[in-house]
Design a protein around this ligand. Structure first.
Ligand SMILES: C[S@@+](CC[C@H](N)C(=O)[O-])C[C@H]1O[C@@H](n2cnc3c(N)ncnc32)[C@H](O)[C@@H]1O
Length: 296
């Protein structure tokens, strides 16, 4: 990660945080239960739940057994979702009755969160080309009682045009450097070859997503990586196609603005509107979110 020393604020704290364990976070499935009721049930089983101050549906959890091993999990009362991972859908802000596409959906953390905000009303298309991951996606949709979703198994960059979606989420495949707290080998940073390969696919996915959304519609681009080549460079590439503008978005937690340049590459002042999350900001993983609006 040394190549990020100049861009990550409070580098020492960032590096120290990467070596600290991460408590699991759960998101209440409000399609099935209220946060208060869920808290009571899990506390009665001996779990300690700490509500996240910025999200009334989420709790940090500690307990003697893994949080995935409960009947409440099996009944779909909650989804284990790292805190940073909840922000792309909050930025997407889907509403009941809309047409929403989740282009890289498996295993369904964000699809199920979208369905909650849509209150199970409207059309939610959950797409992912990886067969094994599709099975996990389907299982999660059933478990959480998602009724408004259809599932497709296409490469996102080939998703057919025709339906004009109100909102599209591109939670892109990435080099996952932001998950280095859980995957120590990533503390060295991802190999540059992987970063470049991912960036090519991400550019195709985001450019195509902008053609799938209606004029005036919203596309959210998110990753769980720190690499600017997979974040700001991808958004700049998509903006340069002239179909969209970048919207400002303020998350309710500490964050850093998107970069305007890195390693000799210029992304421009516009990219400050994107959001970077680092693990030492609110004891989480790392990630990136950009909100684009189709203009023509
Ligand atoms: C970061 S994960 C998505 C996580 C998911 N959104 C969630 O919250 O549970 C990225 C996903 O992109 C999928 N993917 C890989 N290549 C793709 C492509 N060409 N088009 C669409 N999705 C792709 C992977 O199979 C993987 O499931």
């Amino acid at each position: 990660m040394d190549r990020y020393k100049e861009i990550i604020p409070a580098w020492e704290r960032f590096w120290e945080t990467l070596h600290r364990p991460l408590s699991p976070v759960i998101r209440t499935n409000t399609l099935r239960i209220s946060p208060l009721e869920l808290q009571k049930r899990l506390e009665a089983k001996g779990f300690r739940l700490e509500p996240l101050p910025w999200d009334e549906t989420a709790f940090k959890v500690e307990g003697e057994i893994p949080i995935g091993n409960t009947v409440e999990h099996w009944l779909g009362y909650y989804y284990v979702q790292e805190a940073t991972q909840a922000f792309p859908v909050r930025a997407l802000a889907p509403r009941p009755g809309e047409r929403v596409l989740d282009l890289c959906a498996a295993p369904g953390g964000k699809t199920t969160q979208i369905a909650q905000l849509m209150e199970n009303k409207g059309l939610l298309v959950a797409n992912d080309p990886a067969p094994k991951r599709l099975r996990a996606l389907l299982a999660n949709l059933y478990r959480l009682g998602v009724l408004c979703a259809v599932v497709t198994g296409l490469r996102g960059e080939e998703f057919p045009k025709g339906i004009h979606f109100d909102r599209v989420l591109v939670d892109a495949p990435c080099s996952a450097e932001g998950t280095a707290r859980r995957h120590p080998r990533l503390r060295r940073g991802a190999p540059l070859g992987i970063i470049r390969r991912m960036a090519g696919l991400q550019k195709r996915l985001l450019s195509h997503a902008l053609k799938l959304v209606r004029p005036g519609g919203i596309v959210v681009y998110s990753t769980c990586t720190i690499a600017p080549e997979e974040n700001e460079a991808v958004v700049k590439y998509a903006l340069d196609q002239g179909l969209a503008e970048l919207l400002p978005w303020e998350p309710p937690v500490p964050y850093s603005p998107g970069l305007t340049s890195f390693s000799g590459e210029e992304y421009g002042p516009e990219l400050k509107k994107a959001v970077r999350f680092y693990p030492h900001h609110f004891d989480s993983e790392g990630g990136f979110v950009a909100v684009l609006k189709r203009t023509s």
